[in-house]
Design a protein around this ligand. Structure first.
Ligand code: FPP
Length: 245
């Protein structure tokens, strides 16, 4: 983990989180309230992704991680999974040029290689085309689960111990963090969940250890630049103690 302060002075003197993560929940309920199919909620959710990622860039936030597809989302009806894959395809095709132009580095956390081949190819191409950028990171969590991430990290370290490359007694938090998919991202400062649910749902469990948590009632498709700004202001008022006084 970087030794830099967990947050820096932002615009207007407000403490600005370096890394914000969002559990984008409530697309289905948004659609239901409008008597629309669930896919309409996800479509509106993509529009919120655009608004919020632009707002994060405008504020100077270094990294934004969005939970777009959890490792448990495979349990949804095949049609809905297909709709989400379709929206991901559309998003990459329509927004990649903007990400390249805006100096954004696109990253993915999670085992996205289980997605359809053409989606994997689109993602790989998008990551490659933004890898030379030097600006903010937009990390999308796809087929991501924090427990699986920790299991993988543990396996890799155990293999090194078994091979005699390291000793079990020297395993520490930094060694585990270096194996996590977020290793190249700043420490997580703020984790937001929309739609009134108060759960972490297997998202960034290790990384959330000292993050500020914010649960808002707004459904994800209604969460816009203004709502994001309010969340950042709320963060700015929090007193972070990291276990101290
Ligand atoms: C949760 O709402 C949302 C999801 C499972 C998917 C989130 C996906 C998007 C916002 C669109 C795809 C993203 C990108 C980056 C292209 P829900 O369906 O669980 O809502 P509900 O709890 O009201 O049913």
């Amino acid at each position: 983990m970087s030794s830099a302060p967990a947050f820096a002075a932002g615009q207007g003197g407000v403490a600005l989180p370096r890394h914000v993560a969002i559990i984008m929940d409530g697309n289905g309920r948004w659609a239901k309230r409008r008597h629309l199919p669930r896919v309409a909620g996800h479509r509106a959710g993509v529009e919120a992704v655009r608004k919020v990622s632009r707002a994060a860039r405008a504020l100077g936030i270094e990294a934004l991680t969005l939970y777009a597809f959890s490792s448990e989302n495979w349990r949804r009806p095949e049609e809905e999974v297909g709709d989400l894959m379709g929206l991901l395809r559309l998003f990459i095709r329509s927004d990649l040029a903007e990400l390249v132009r805006e100096n954004v580095r696109l990253r993915v956390i999670g085992d996205y290689r289980r997605f359809p081949h053409d989606v994997v190819a689109l993602i790989d191409d998008a990551i490659a085309r933004t890898s030379g950028n030097s600006g903010p990171i937009l990390a999308i969590a796809l087929n991501y689960g924090a427990q699986a991430e920790l299991v993988e990290a543990t396996r890799r370290i155990a293999a090194r111990v078994a091979a005699g490359e390291t000793d079990a007694t020297v395993i520490d938090a930094a060694m585990i963090e270096a194996e996590l998919e977020t290793r190249a991202l700043p420490p997580l400062d703020l984790l937001i969940r929309t739609s009134g649910e108060h759960r972490l749902s297997n998202f960034l469990l290790w990384q959330a250890a000292y993050a500020e948590l914010l649960f808002v009632d707004t459904l994800w498709p209604d969460f816009d630049a203004e709502a994001f700004g309010v969340a950042i202001e709320d963060f700015g008022r929090r007193q972070r103690r990291f276990g101290g006084l």
